[in-house]
Design a protein around this ligand. Structure first.
Ligand SMILES: Cc1ncc(COP(=O)(O)O)c(C=O)c1O
Length: 375
């Protein structure tokens, strides 16, 4: 079988992609699956701290809701996702016609780009912003404008200037908290930034990790500005990454546009039922938040004790600076610990580590110590 590398090197003539920039895209690098590590290195007891998943799993209410759907799998899901939208409407205090459902929040980011961005347009995002934003620009044949980060976070002043300098900007993507750096923006600074945006520029706040930072509540921006979209997911704190379900909150006009682009049954029957059940169990989310915060503090202490630099994180992962990150990553893999190297983000000396359960984090620190001592 030809490798995808060979395919990329070859020209596609006479078949050509819609935009030349599609050939610059590399397939999205996901965290190494546990099964792959077991196959490659023969290690059986694998700890995966690479994809910011919830080590606590999901609420038992979700499991029950899924079981109830099993006899209905021959039937298409509700294409409008009525019950989930109703539950989200109650939860977010947004009208049903302001909500768009997605097959994970990536689906919504994709729908947003396809709805608003053409080949003559530009997308603005931050250096060290979520990698999918630059991919979307390439996918649409548009210009991706990466604004240098400030202390690993968004430099809102510079991003504003980039928008003003590029009149063809259609979307500004801001992940808050940001992946992979874990930084969080001050809400007032964010509001000022949005207030300074031309009404023709959509500001997309990607809140994939917002449940870990509930003190940052930017929902009120939607009442004030029609050009704001908030995108959230059930993949992280809700523990449903395997199901693929997320939602966007926006003005009804934007939601109407997104719904024209959205595929008819983009969220499965099981995902709809699971997400609605997950929302009803906010005590599970409180517990997730509590355990994550405790384990985050523990990891910070361990890194301090090892003399390793890290960036204060407001999510369920933490970025660690370590010399020879690629070699350390390899040594961790060989001992069954999967973390995320960040070379692709231009962060060669850094690893992103998802906060696991106490036993996972202890294993990570013990393995790291043994690797560092052996050097
Ligand atoms: C900032 C950010 N946005 C969006 C996503 C996409 O998540 P999903 O498609 O699983 O909802 C991720 C996943 O890692 C993320 O980190």
């Amino acid at each position: 079988m030809p490798s995808s590398k060979n395919l990329q090197a070859k020209t596609l003539q006479p078949l050509t992609p819609a935009y030349k920039s599609i050939m610059e895209l590399a397939p999205y690098q996901t965290g190494k699956p546990v099964e792959e590590l077991t196959r490659e290195y023969g290690v059986s007891d694998v700890v995966k701290l690479a994809s910011n998943e919830n080590p606590m799993g999901c609420s038992p209410k979700v499991t029950l809701a899924i079981t109830e759907q099993l006899s209905q799998l021959a039937r298409y899901p509700d294409g409008n996702g009525y019950y989930l939208k109703q539950a989200l409407s109650d939860f977010t205090d947004m009208s049903i016609d302001s909500i768009t459902l997605g097959n994970g929040s990536n689906d919504l980011l994709d729908i947003l780009a396809r709805s608003f961005v053409g080949a003559d347009d530009a997308i603005v995002y931050s250096q060290y912003g979520f990698v999918v934003y630059s991919m979307l620009a390439k996918m649409q044949g548009a210009t991706g404008i990466e604004v240098p980060a400030k202390r690993f976070g968004h430099d809102l002043k510079a991003m504003r200037q980039a928008v003003l300098d590029n009149a063809n900007t259609k979307i500004v993507f801001i992940a808050n908290p940001n992946n992979p750096t874990g930084t969080l923006l001050d809400s007032e600074a964010l509001r000022e930034f949005i207030a300074s945006m031309p009404a023709s520029v959509l500001v997309v706040l990607d809140e994939a990790y917002i449940e870990y930072s509930p003190e940052s509540n930017n929902r009120a921006l939607l009442d004030e500005f029609d050009n704001v979209v908030i995108v959230r997911t059930f993949s992280k704190a809700y523990g449903l990454a395997g199901l693929r379900v997320g939602y966007a909150l926006s003005s009804p006009l934007v939601a109407d546009l997104l719904n024209r682009i959205r595929q008819p049954f983009n969220v499965s029957r099981i995902a709809l039922a699971a997400a609605a059940a997950a929302l009803t169990d906010q005590s599970f989310i409180s517990e997730v938040r509590k355990i994550n915060a405790g384990q985050m503090r523990w990891l910070e202490k361990q890194f301090d004790a090892l003399g390793l630099e890290f960036i204060k994180s407001y999510a369920n992962f933490i970025m660690l600076k370590i010399e020879g990150a690629a070699d350390i990553n390899q040594a961790l893999l060989e001992q069954g610990v999967i973390v995320r190297p960040l070379k692709g983000y231009g962060l060669e000396d850094w690893l992103r580590i998802t906060v696991g359960l106490a036993e996972d984090n202890t294993r990570l620190i013990d393995t790291l110590k043994s690797i560092l001592n052996a050097e």
